[in-house]
Write a protein that binds this ligand. Structure first.
Ligand code: MSP
Length: 516
């Protein structure tokens, strides 16, 4: 274990022109699981999330709502804080791009880029999609439904002509390719890395990094007519939160460069091409890794406001439970792939993996200990090969899970944990402690002890994914607060410690409408 090492993980900062939905919850959840795992593994973690509050889209949404943009962003940003609380995210900071600390960081990086000669004043003429806050070349455009040209993302584009500052992105092409070559893990998963590679190999044009036609943004230093391009502003949030521009600050020394930027596949280009180019130009060390996850659909359909099928994470929590939702989102889809949200699948996971597999295991074993061992952890005798096999498997599960979590392979990590759950269930059936009660009480005690200690390990392993349920399990097992991390994984339960009457932790899904 690397005790005391630093780990800085970030979510994208969310646009405030919309209500939070499942996509936002998903990106942050993956970061939360990683942050919690790393903390349990002894790391000094800094987990950042926040809101992206500038840009034309926000200005327009505020105008439509008839309120001034600052007030508008105050309101919507709060929804994202509320979501973080409802999802039990353990973020250490919540950044808003309208904060003073951020404006200062943006202007500092801007000045640095002017100083290094990487920003120059020119004029922009081209296609701009407000929805994506992105520029497109003529060749990137596709035919829209009304015969008009639209962005490849489906967003409408408009022709823009205005004076603009440019970032010399074209000068960084070779350096970027070198970066990808020498750091094969910088972009994950592999398929996405290849996309970025071919995009950069296709040639990079200088990037327009200021706008003059609206005003809701960070002012460009020494030129009042311009505000900064929202992506330069937004990406800089990762530096701001570490303490930039004060690079001598302890937080900056501890947490920069970031260990991992977690993003959705749609915004990988900004993080894997523009961001490292800005940083290299500004002579700031690069983040270690960018992981792009896939997108959710709803019962097979693309999620969109116009289809009215947006999934509100708060509804999921209310209907299925918080940890059930967290588990489903991390288990159902190979992380990195697109996935589908279906009620059937959710209920399947909730009732099978949770209620039946781990819930029953815990309930059965703890009830037998409560009833047949005087409500205390039993003494144990010599371990048989079967006992040892289960104990070894549970020990190795931590190593496997850690490795998979470090690859952001959350679904496989859960699979590895559930392999132990499955084995423990087979062990209960094979050892049949209820029969041993009549034939060999000492052996029954050893079997129940082995099971209880396996459940303790399972409680620790699932804790980053389902913190509340795991803590209920560990409460039942009388595990003290300071033994709830991975340094205590190898500790064992103490025989003779009293337990309370066990309560169920993973309820089955009850379809109230069907029952009514
Ligand atoms: N503001 C920018 C990010 C700036 S980071 C310096 C932005 N914001 S966003 O609110 O539009 O999107 C934030 C994240 O939500 C992205 O990672 C995006 O991929 C994710 N999702 C949005 N819809 C999604 C799904 N339907 N499914 C999964 N994730 C999706 O982009």
């Amino acid at each position: 274990m690397s005790a005391g090492q630093n780990f800085y993980i970030t979510t994208p900062i969310y646009y405030v022109n919309d209500k939070p939905h499942i996509g936002h919850a998903y990106t942050s959840l993956a970061c939360d699981v990683l942050a919690r795992f790393k903390r349990m593994d002894g790391y000094n973690v800094h987990f950042l999330t926040g809101t992206d509050e500038h840009g034309q889209k926000v200005e327009q949404s505020a105008e439509k709502a008839g309120i001034d943009p600052q007030k508008f962003t105050d309101n919507v940003s709060q929804n994202f804080r509320d979501l973080a609380k409802a999802m039990n995210f353990s973020n250490d900071d919540f950044i808003r791009t309208t904060e003073e600390r951020h404006k200062e960081a943006c202007q500092a990086i801007w000045n640095k880029l002017v100083e290094t000669g990487d920003i120059y004043l020119g004029a922009y003429a081209g296609w701009y999609a407000i929805r994506d806050e992105a520029f497109y070349t003529e060749t990137e455009l596709v035919d829209g439904p009304n015969g008009n040209k639209i962005a490849p993302t489906g967003a409408e584009v408009e022709w823009l002509e205005e004076p603009s500052y440019f970032f010399k992105l074209s000068a960084w092409e070779d350096k970027l390719l070198e970066l990808y070559e020498s750091n094969p893990d910088f972009i994950a998963p592999k398929s996405r890395r290849n996309e970025v590679l071919s995009f950069v190999k296709g040639g990079l044009k200088d990037l327009s990094v200021s706008r003059t036609t609206f005003s809701w943004g960070v002012p460009v230093p020494n030129d009042d007519d311009h505000i900064m391009y929202v992506w330069l502003d937004a990406l800089t949030n990762y530096l701001t939160a570490a303490g930039y521009p004060d690079m001598e600050k302890q937080s900056f020394k501890d947490f920069w460069p970031a260990s991992l930027h977690m993003v959705g596949k749609d915004i990988l280009r900004f993080h894997a091409v523009y961001w490292p180019a800005f940083l290299m130009a500004a002579d700031i060390p690069l983040p270690e890794r960018v992981f792009a996850h896939g997108w959710w659909t709803n019962e097979g359909q693309k999620i969109s406001k116009s289809l009215g099928n947006v999934i509100d994470p708060l509804d999921l929590i209310e209907k299925y439970g918080l940890d059930q939702t967290r588990y489903f989102l991390m288990r159902e889809v190979p992380f990195g792939n697109d996935g589908d949200f279906a009620h059937e699948a959710m209920v399947g996971r909730m009732n099978t993996d949770l209620a039946n597999d781990i819930g029953n295991l815990c309930q059965r074993v703890m009830s037998m200990i409560f009833k047949n061992c005087d409500a205390q952890f039993p003494e144990f005798g010599d371990f048989t090969d079967e006992d040892k096999a289960l104990m070894t498997m549970a020990d190795e599960a931590l190593v496997k899970t850690r490795d998979l979590i470090n690859q952001q392979s959350f679904h496989k990590a859960l699979e590895a944990i559930w392999a132990v759950v499955g084995e423990a269930n087979r062990y209960v059936d094979a050892q049949a402690p209820w029969a041993l009660r009549k034939t060999d009480i000492d052996r029954m005690k050893t079997v129940l002890y082995v099971l209880a200690d396996t459940i303790r390990k399972l409680g620790l392993l699932i804790r980053p994914f389902m913190p509340e349920s795991a803590d209920k399990m560990l409460d039942l097992l009388q595990v003290s607060e300071n033994s709830r991390d991975f340094s205590a994984y190898g500790e064992v339960l103490k025989s003779g410690v009293a337990i309370e009457k066990p309560v169920g932790i993973f309820p089955r899904f009850v379809d109230e409408e069907a029952d009514a």
